[in-house]
Design a protein around this ligand. Structure first.
Ligand SMILES: Nc1nc2c(ncn2[C@@H]2O[C@H](COP(=O)(O)OP(=O)(O)OP(=O)(O)O)[C@@H](O)[C@H]2O)c(=O)[nH]1
Ligand SMILES: [Mg+2]
Length: 233
């Protein structure tokens, strides 16, 4: 009896499979198509888009050079960075098309919004050493940074990248004498610029989004790029 029931059951199951076979195959195709569609819509984690902006001679080209393995020099006007593949930590990443732009005020109006749109991460650089000085250059750098941060807050608001940015004071080598003074200088620069300029930027967290860097140290820069831009630990 038990055996009969077993056969009856399996027979019924076989018929069901035959009846529902077209449906099963159809839904398999449908889910594969949805999967491919979603894959096309949401970028793979290996596709990265960066915008690097900031004041004059802050180190934008130096950082791009390190990311791309190039050695361009001199003040920049506007250089296209075509989409390309790069190797990092044994992995291949695709970099979205971007631009290396100069640090003059004129580029803020013409290029910032366009550059930030559609990117995954924005890096804002300024000359931290210059900003700590009390002469006219220091004052100019301070005003430039304050006004650019206000602009950055609007661009971040309009894009979909809250929290996905770094504000970096460069030229740290010029005033950091020992590792112990890192936090002190970071605080000094932060206070000089003013809390309110940073806090306007959606998702800003001083510990996560504000850094002090020496761009002349290739090992330190590679570490920064790997860990922060490509998630390679
Ligand atoms: N000491 C020191 N020099 C730096 C640092 N970062 C950049 N430099 C130097 O500063 C100069 C300007 O660097 P760039 O990378 O050309 O700066 P940029 O922001 O692209 O400048 P523009 O295109 O003119 O806006 C170069 O001589 C760099 O080598 C740093 O952290 N420390
Ligand atoms: Mg440049």
């Amino acid at each position: 009896m038990e055996i009969l029931e077993y056969y009856n059951y399996s027979e019924h199951a076989t018929y069901s499979i035959i009846w529902f076979l077209p449906l099963i195959i159809g839904s398999l195709f449908a889910s594969a198509a949805i999967g491919i569609g979603l894959g096309l819509l949401s970028p793979s984690p290996d596709i990265k888009g960066f915008a690097i902006i900031g004041s004059r001679a802050a180190g934008k080209t130096t950082l791009w050079n390190r990311i791309l393995g190039e050695s361009r020099g001199g003040a920049t006007s506007r250089e296209n960075i075509p989409a390309r593949q790069i190797e990092r930590g044994g992995k291949t990443f695709t970099i979205k098309m971007s631009k290396d732009i100069g640090g003059g005020d004129g580029f803020v109006r013409t290029d910032y919004d366009e550059l930030i749109k559609g990117k995954d991460f924005v890096i804002f650089l300024f000359n931290g050493y210059e900003l700590t000085k009390d002469d006219e250059y220091g004052k100019h750098e301070l005003i430039t940074v304050q006004s650019r941060l206000l602009k950055l807050s609007k661009s971040v608001e309009e894009s979909s990248i809250p929290g996905q940015f770094h504000i970096i004071a460069t030229h740290a080598d010029k005033f950091l004498k020992d590792k112990g003074s890192y936090e002190t200088w970071k605080d000094r620069i932060y206070e000089k610029i003013g809390d309110k300029y940073f806090k306007k930027i959606k998702g800003f967290d001083k510990d996560k989004n504000f850094l002090l860097i020496d761009l002349t140290n290739p090992n330190a820069i590679d570490k920064y790029i790997n860990e922060n831009l490509f998630n390679i630990k």
